[in-house]
Design a protein around this ligand. Structure first.
Ligand SMILES: Cc1ncc(COP(=O)(O)O)c(C=O)c1O
Length: 401
């Protein structure tokens, strides 16, 4: 979308707007978004809303697990409501150390460092592991936080075609930069497809590059017992491979993590700006994530159940004539005929008691609007059937075309 004022001739001396008009241009851009059907609004939510929630990312249904909620409360009571500052200044609690050690062990890597969000973990990895003599090769469908990390790094960035290891290898082969980092989501949040990690790793190895995998949608879902996409691809613990993840999806909490070789983690601790200049992960979030991780380790079947729910949802939606993706993790997407139809479809589902996500441009790289259903491992077969019934009955004209 062009800036509304971009086409206006600029007077050599701009007339200074009165204070009351300084932000007038924001209203003009809001009007343009409204015209394009792209208005975003906040909706209030009650703690006990009678809605079947397939809109969040609570893949294992752990956010409201009593053990997880209790651990958050206990951690806040013991350590306080916040971390009070950067961990380099105020110190690392035993809770943060335990969480990092257990996450690293679980994912099969040497070390881990937790951040206040998955977003800041991605910014950290991309900025600290690159320099102006680095080429970043970034999948065209990567998450916004990876795109922002690329922008913040001072590296050269090449946007590679989606899930195309041959194209990645070609770019790596022709590079002039000393270093290279290939970055990809493990599971793409829009269509639920998985990145070709073994082939990407081969391309990276052949050209002396490093691989960075955002496993936000894979941790807790993919790999044996939910150990993540790197474990699923046989890449956990490799010296040239780093993963990031959020603690806000399968682990039902909030925060992010970088997982990888010990020297990578040490480097991030000492140089990553979103670690150094950001308040450490809140104790309640660390406590909740640790409790969720321990639950998953004790009950590894939770991960397989989330994948099974996804396959069932997709199969039943397709049987109802809808364009459902073939899920490779726990994201199930259904194509909508257009952005307005997608918004109306999601709103109708909500009125019928089902919360689903709604993706439309500019959040969808291919311009195709979709509903997004989260396959929670704690859904019963009855809940799955009910969700499919609502989505199918309320499908707009063109959704089956
Ligand atoms: C693929 C991916 N990476 C990173 C993030 C950011 O994680 P967080 O919400 O913890 O900041 C998200 C979304 O939440 C995501 O879907």
């Amino acid at each position: 979308m062009n800036h509304p004022l971009a086409a206006e001739p600029r007077p050599s001396v701009l007339a200074a707007p009165a204070p009351a008009h300084v932000f007038d241009w924001l209203d003009e851009t809001a009007a343009m978004r409204a015209e394009a059907g792209l208005t975003r609004t906040l909706r209030s939510r009650g703690a006990d809303d009678a809605v079947l929630d397939l809109a969040g990312n609570d893949y294992l249904g752990l956010t409201r697990h009593p053990v997880v909620a209790r651990a958050a409360a206990d951690a806040a009571l013991r350590w306080g409501g916040g971390s009070t500052g950067s961990r380099l200044v105020t110190g690392t609690t035993a809770l943060h150390s335990e969480l990092e050690e257990e996450l690293a062990e679980f994912c099969g890597v040497e070390a881990a460092l937790v951040f206040s969000s998955g977003y800041t973990a991605n910014l950290a990895a991309l900025t600290a592991l690159t320099d102006p003599d680095t080429l970043i090769v970034s999948d065209a469908y990567n998450h916004a936080s990876l795109i922002d990390g690329c922008r913040l790094s001072r590296a050269d960035v090449h946007r590679a075609p989606h899930s195309d290891p041959a194209a990645v290898a070609e770019v790596l082969a022709g590079r002039a930069q000393r270093r290279a980092l290939v970055v990809t989501d493990s599971v793409f949040s829009v269509d639920g497809d998985a990145a070709p990690l073994p082939a990407l790793s081969q391309a990276v190895r052949a050209h002396g590059a490093a691989l960075l995998v955002d496993d936000a949608h894979g941790l807790g879902v993919l790999g044996p017992g939910g150990t993540g996409a790197l474990a699923a691809a046989g890449l956990a613990g490799q010296p040239d491979t780093v993963a990031t993840a959020t603690l806000s999806k399968s682990l039902g909490s909030q925060g992010g993590v970088v997982l990888g070789p010990r020297r990578v983690i040490r480097h991030l601790t000492e140089t990553a700006r979103t670690f150094i200049f950001d308040t450490g992960l809140a104790p309640a979030a660390a406590g909740a994530a640790l409790a969720a991780l321990r639950l998953l380790r004790a009950e590894p079947a939770r991960a397989e159940r989330a994948r099974e729910v996804a396959r069932t949802l997709a199969r039943q939606l397709a049987a109802a004539g809808l364009h459902a993706c073939e899920p490779q993790a726990a994201v199930v997407s259904v194509r909508a005929p257009g952005p307005e139809a997608a918004v109306a479809w999601a709103a109708d589902c909500r009125r019928a008691g089902l919360a689903v996500g709604c993706f439309r441009p500019p959040s969808v790289p291919d311009g195709i609007s979709r509903l997004r259903l989260t396959a929670r491992g704690d859904l019963t077969d009855g809940q799955i059937a009910e969700a499919v019934r609502i989505v199918a009955e309320l499908a707009p004209v063109g959704a089956r075309g």
